[in-house]
Ligand binder design. Structure first.
Ligand code: ADP
Ligand code: MG
Length: 472
């Protein structure tokens, strides 16, 4: 056993999905490509411009608080966090200091310290490199976008626990509809405070994927352990993650740390959260990932891995449930496993190959259920089902229509099948004689011929029976 226990706490920022920005009515549009389009005197910090708090953003943070079992503060307020940087036009960020919207709560076994509301900064881009940069450009589209900050207690004991938590939190934010929480797009940002045995902590920044979080934490734990074993002290500092070098690198020491001189925001009075009808927000919470996982396993008999595939992709889960309820009406036989497989493997494969998402998918849940019921009822073989599904995918047609039009599907016309078997026997004297002499492989040859004539529309076991009978 190592004498060094990892102790890690997270600070997670998420850009909220709202119509307008945190303190003004400029649009909050993460997809806006043209710089400095969604701006106004408030988010450009013109003198005298006054902020007004965004109701939708406050409600989003309350939703998060309720989902995590936190306490919603009866009274909350905003504070100014002062620092100078070119991406912050006011010279301060409006944030929350000592009366955050949410305190406490839990996710998995991790205690949540607080969740509060603040505003995002502008985006800087530098032309050229380092001190020789020709110019720095500022895009204010993101300035003032509502930002949620969630802080945890230092309860994580491993890098795996950190990424498990972060993924689950991302899923919850998406289920709640409060954030797209895409890490690569910077909509969700994770800072990890890492120490051993609750000693001096190092704050890790500039991490923009789950994998990078994992790698950075692992690297840092190892670096600290080696330093301590060598009798060195850990410096309290901020370190960045260098993706190329796969290392954390020192950025700022404690001595350089800011004194933010927080004070209450004079332009926004404290307010009571009861004006937000918290009970309504609570009853309107959607089913959360953990609940859905549990229900899918119970209701549809899916194992954990399969349930997780659906929970991780809410649109797919909705599709599955709609198809499932249709299938229950159509078929008394349990076709769940089959439905799940056709959805997540065959249909998913077609979608991936064609670059088609659920939104543009022509196959409806009902039609997928019809297809599965045809398979379960033995009306088409699984080989044929693949072809039918490909046609459904291309045209959006009902599988029953495709089967009828293309004259595929297993023929129940015994006279037709008998006629084909008779013809095959007449046309293949050599194989017939071989079979009669005891060469059983010839049977496969004859079945193949008959199957060819029937274009695959017969059940192989039925053909075998017929040949056996007719060849005596
Ligand atoms: P600071 O005042 O430096 O911002 P906070 O007490 O506000 O520190 O904690 C910030 C984050 O650091 C929280 O996520 C918290 O859980 C974590 N943290 C605090 N102390 C430690 C420690 N010794 N080791 C690891 N993480 C810590
Ligand atoms: Mg802090």
């Amino acid at each position: 056993m190592s004498d060094y226990q990892a102790t890690i706490g997270l600070e997670v920022h998420a850009e909220l999905r709202t119509r307008t920005k945190m303190f003004c009515d400029s649009l909050n549009d993460p997809d806006e490509k043209e710089p400095n389009t969604n701006v106004c005197p408030v988010c450009l910090a013109h003198p005298g411009a006054l902020p007004v708090a965004n109701r939708q953003a406050v409600e989003h943070v309350i939703r998060v608080g309720l989902a995590l079992g936190g306490a919603i503060s009866p009274v909350t307020k905003f504070d100014r966090k002062n620092y100078f940087y070119p991406d912050l036009p006011k010279g301060y960020q409006i944030s929350q200091y000592d009366q955050p919207l949410v305190t406490g709560g839990k996710l998995r076994n991790i205690r949540i310290t607080r969740v509060h509301l603040e505003e995002d900064t502008a985006t800087l881009s530098h032309e050229g490199q380092g001190s020789g940069a020709a110019a720095s450009l500022v895009d204010f589209n993101r300035a003032g976008v509502p930002l949620m900050e969630l802080v945890t207690e230092p309860d994580f004991r491993s890098a795996d626990e950190v990424t498990d938590f972060a993924r689950e939190l991302q899923l919850i934010l998406r289920y709640l509809g409060v954030s797209d929480a895409n890490m690569e797009k910077g909509q969700m940002r994770i800072e990890a405070n890492v120490s051993l045995n609750m000693g001096t902590k190092v704050e890790l920044k500039n991490i923009n994927s789950f994998k990078a979080v994992h790698d950075a934490v692992l690297f840092e734990l190892k670096r600290q352990e080696e330093a301590l074993r060598a009798g060195e002290k850990i410096r309290q500092e901020t370190r960045g993650w260098n993706e190329a070098k796969q290392q954390t690198v020192a950025q700022r020491s404690k001595e350089e740390a800011h004194d933010y001189r927080y004070f209450p925001e004079p332009d926004l009075p404290p307010f009571e959260t009861k004006i937000f009808d918290i009970e309504r927000l609570r009853t309107e919470l959607p089913e959360l990932p953990a609940q859905k996982r549990e229900r899918f396993m119970r209701e549809y008999g899916l194992d954990e891995r399969r349930a997780e595939m659906l929970v991780a992709e809410p649109g797919l889960a909705v599709f599955f449930e709609e198809a499932e309820s249709e299938l229950e009406e159509l078929s008394r036989v349990d076709g769940r496993g089959t439905l799940f497989n056709y959805l997540t493997s065959d249909l998913r494969g077609l979608m991936n190959d064609a670059g088609v998402g659920l939104k543009d998918l022509k196959v409806s849940p009902e039609h997928l259920a019809h297809l599965v019921s045809l398979i379960i009822a033995g009306k088409i073989t699984s080989r044929q089902a693949k072809d039918v599904l490909a046609k459904m995918f291309a045209t959006g047609a009902d599988p029953e229509d495709i089967v009828a039009q293309e004259n595929i599907g297993i023929s129940s016309d015994t006279a037709e099948i008998e006629a084909v078997v008779t013809a095959v026997i007449a046309e293949n004297e050599v194989a017939v004689n071989d079979y009669r002499k005891g060469k059983t492989a010839s049977m496969q040859f004859l079945i193949g011929k008959a199957m060819g004539k029937l274009k695959g529309r017969a059940r192989p076991d039925m053909l075998t029976d017929l040949f056996r009978r007719m060849l005596g």
